[in-house]
Write a protein that binds this ligand. Structure first.
Ligand code: PLP
Length: 396
């Protein structure tokens, strides 16, 4: 007998489990469009030059403060809210380093569950799968709002307004800052203005997830538009910020969580409680990723190099989307694939069914999630023709 005999086998994570199945596949033609990790055109993991240059010399191995090194935290704020942000100048943003985007989401949702009047959180349908796990584990009450119109492969803007309008006052609303995952479709500036106005007048609490700043358009400020516009409009918001994708620092688990407060005194109170929440979880954050990000953002030459590398990554993904759609047309596909080039970021929401995704895996060794989401980052000039052929065969 064992103390663990009552522990039942749990299901593998749908995205990370897909990676395990991919690794076990011995076919040389296999293609991984499952996990959202950037690859170069050679299909290999990619370490940015700016990161290589910043990652070396390290001053010490001491503990960082609970909320991260102040230098790093300040840089993270500036990147998200803008160097000239009034909220930063007024010192009314409480910020902490976090264990990448996921850890930031978890710290924020634990904080909101502890202190906000309403436990209801409205999450777009669809959304990144892990959002639901995180919010449920924090004790929030997960509700959904419409986001996507599958019949048109487009944003369901009317649905967003209708559902948020029906949400009770004080509810939390999860918003993807840019490059919505999995659909790759963001509201336009005009649509954001209406959404932000609604959030403000209905007195909802915006919780922004920014996992792809700079990765959507190649421009950091453009991708932060919705966040900055919200910050100017509403009294409070929370932000989970990830540096996994835009710095290619996936395994370093580096990100930040921010709380925009009424004034500096409130920000101090909020930060004190954030630290009380983090201390019993992991005490202090890891130092290496924070050092890399801080070094790059403190050195103008490295910042310039990093921004150009970020633009190259965003451009490569946009180009390969175009290539995929071209190859499908060349193969004679009569299906409308134009949504793939309209979408942005790392994901293409292809519109394929689970049965088609199953066939892609079984017959062509092409791996993507059951909802028809393909991580564009896994495509390159060597495999795009093969993937197009596979897509065409299963959708004929
Ligand atoms: N939020 C969204 C929408 C994501 O797509 C991801 C990663 O895929 C994350 C957050 C968190 O990623 P990480 O924890 O690696 O920063």
């Amino acid at each position: 007998t064992s103390f663990f005999s009552s522990v039942k086998m749990g299901p593998a994570d749908p995205i990370l489990g897909l990676g395990l199945a991919f690794n076990a596949d011995t076919d040389p033609k296999k293609v991984n469009l499952g996990v959202g990790v950037y690859r170069g055109d050679d299909g290999k993991p990619f370490v940015l030059e700016s990161v290589k240059k910043a990652g070396g010399a390290y001053p010490h191995m001491e503990y960082a403060p609970i909320s991260g090194p102040p230098g790093f935290v300040g840089k993270a704020q500036g990147l998200a809210f803008g160097e000239n942000s009034t909220a930063i100048k007024q010192k009314r943003i409480a910020s902490t380093q976090s264990l990448s985007g996921t850890g930031g989401l978890r710290v924020v949702s634990d904080f909101l569950a502890r202190f906000l009047p309403s436990k209801k959180i409205y999450v777009p349908n669809p959304s990144w799968g892990n959002h639901l796990n995180i919010f449920k584990d924090s004790g929030l009450d997960v509700q959904r709002y419409s986001y996507f119109d599958a019949s048109k492969n487009a944003l369901n803007f009317e649905g967003i307004l209708k559902d948020l309008n029906a949400a009770p006052k004080d509810s939390i609303v999860l918003l993807h800052a840019c490059a919505h995952n999995p659909t790759g479709i963001d509201p336009t500036k005009e649509q954001w203005a209406e959404i932000i106005n609604l959030v403000s007048t209905k007195q909802l609490f915006p919780f922004v997830d920014m996992a792809y700043q700079g990765f959507a358009s190649g421009d950091l400020d453009r991708d932060a538009y919705a966040l900055r516009s919200l910050t100017e409009t509403v009294p409070n918001l929370a932000l989970a910020q990830s540096f996994a994708k835009n710095f290619g620092l996936y395994g370093q688990r580096i990100g930040a969580a921010h709380f925009v407060c009424k004034d500096a005194e409130e920000a101090d109170r909020v930060l004190s409680q954030v630290k009380i929440l983090i201390r019993p979880m992991y005490s202090n954050p890891p130092i290496h990723g924070a050092h890399i990000v801080d070094t790059i953002l403190s050195n103008p030459d490295l910042t310039k190099l990093w921004k150009s590398e970020l633009k190259d990554m965003a451009d490569r993904m946009n180009n390969i989307r175009g290539r995929l759609v071209q190859e499908l047309a060349a193969l004679g596909s009569t299906r409308d694939w134009s949504h793939i080039t309209k979408q942005i970021g790392m994901m293409a929401f292809t519109g394929m069914s689970k049965a088609q995704v199953d066939r892609l895996k079984a017959e062509f060794h092409v791996y993507m999630t059951d909802d028809g989401r393909a991580a564009i980052s896994g495509l390159n000039s060597q495999n795009v023709q093969y993937v197009a052929k596979a897509f065409h065969e299963v959708t004929k």
